[in-house]
Write a protein that binds this ligand. Structure first.
Ligand code: PLP
Length: 356
């Protein structure tokens, strides 16, 4: 494979940032653990985005995972590493992590209790119940859901698996970085949807080690972008959580964040924010141009490029299409150009028109 013997595992690499809490070796371990269960999703070119940017543009299709989202990687790796005799697991989730944990726990015959806020779309809640997990709807924010999950750790002895601030979860998500660079060592820029930062941290640990000069950009919605606000402040801060088309990107990073904040702060080149209107347009774009049904959270990379928020792409770029677990009524309204109400925020609908 061209120039990628660095991906041979025995070519033990020093971490580029010596103080990093995770290394490429952790990601190789995770890749072994999730092999055959949550790996090797397709990566396909987007001809439209290639013509828009003037560079090859690749879509890593994590929407094709068995649970419809990349979170299965981290969840499988975390559950597999729990000690024998663990009675069960719990987590808080905006939906997809809970689905991953429910699936991974079910496969190990373990009880799973998933705590979510009332902001989580019903389609996601139903998907988790269908996997046999117990569901608790608590409060109106990720923080409320986390509080309940931590209470269950004390009262029922369950093991908690953070959606983003857990070394095994981050390493699991990082396997996406391995797969992208193994398939396309020439990728110059990675556009990574960013919320709690487990995905971006994992991909960054892998990608920086394999290709130090790669450009890594995290992208969030501009309403309630906790990692962006935290990196700007220099420490974790709370943001108000509001409904968004990118519901999977909602929630804080945890005031006592141990891993994902530091890794994102130190390894990402930039964090870019996009508006709800730009997400709306990008969901239409991915649907009409690439025929892909995906959540608002997945298209923030496309949104950022189309809105001109990322300048100077130098070589081939790739983004992660993170999941497909959306409310199909909402999706149908978006692709047919109708208005959308998100709590007290309205998006004025427009039929899709190709821009070049
Ligand atoms: C969780 C999630 C993200 C963001 O991942 P983080 O690790 O929290 O940054 C993006 N897209 C989808 C579909 C998700 O479920």
């Amino acid at each position: 494979m061209m120039g990628s013997d660095i991906l041979a595992e025995n070519n033990a690499l020093q971490p580029v940032e010596p103080h990093m809490p995770l290394t490429l070796a952790d990601i190789f371990d995770a890749a072994r653990t999730i092999a055959g269960i949550a790996d090797n999703t397709p990566m396909v070119p987007s001809p439209y985005m290639a013509s828009f940017t003037g560079h090859d543009f690749l879509l890593k299709l994590e929407n094709m995972q068995p649970i419809g989202a990349f979170k299965l990687r981290g969840a499988v790796n975390a559950v597999a590493n729990l000690p024998d005799g663990t009675s069960g697991v719990t987590c808080c989730s905006t939906g997809n992590h809970g689905r991953g944990v429910a699936y991974a726990a079910g496969a190990r015959g373990m009880r799973a209790v998933i705590c979510m806020s009332s902001l989580v779309p019903l389609a996601k809640v139903d998907g988790i119940r269908a996997l046999g997990a117990e569901v608790k709807i608590c409060g109106t924010s990720q923080d409320d859901a986390l509080a309940e999950s931590l209470r269950l750790v004390k009262s029922e002895g369950l093991a908690e698996i953070s959606p983003f601030d857990d070394a095994k979860v981050i390493a699991g998500q990082g396997t996406i970085g391995l797969e992208i660079l193994r398939a396309r060592p020439d990728i110059g820029t990675l556009l990574i949807p960013l919320s709690g930062g487990g995905l971006a941290a994992g991909i960054a640990v892998a990608a920086r080690a394999i290709k130090p000069e790669i450009r890594l950009i995290g992208i969030s919605m501009d309403r309630g972008a906790a990692m962006h606000a935290s990196v700007q402040a220099g420490h974790p801060v709370e943001v108000e959580e509001v409904p968004s088309l990118a519901d999977s990107l909602g929630g804080g990073i945890g005031m006592d964040n141990k891993l994902s904040f530091q890794i994102c702060r130190d390894l990402l080149d930039d964090i870019v924010l996009v508006t709800e209107e730009e997400i709306y347009d990008a969901m239409q774009t991915l649907y009409y141009e690439d025929r892909i049904v995906a959540e608002g959270a997945c298209v923030v990379g496309i949104a950022a490029i189309k809105a001109g928020r990322i300048s100077g792409l130098k070589g081939p770029a790739a983004t992660v299409i993170t999941g497909r677990n959306l409310d199909m009524d909402m999706f149908t309204r978006i692709v047919s150009g109708q208005d959308i109400e998100l709590g007290d925020y309205s998006i004025k609908g427009t039929p899709y028109r190709r821009k070049t």
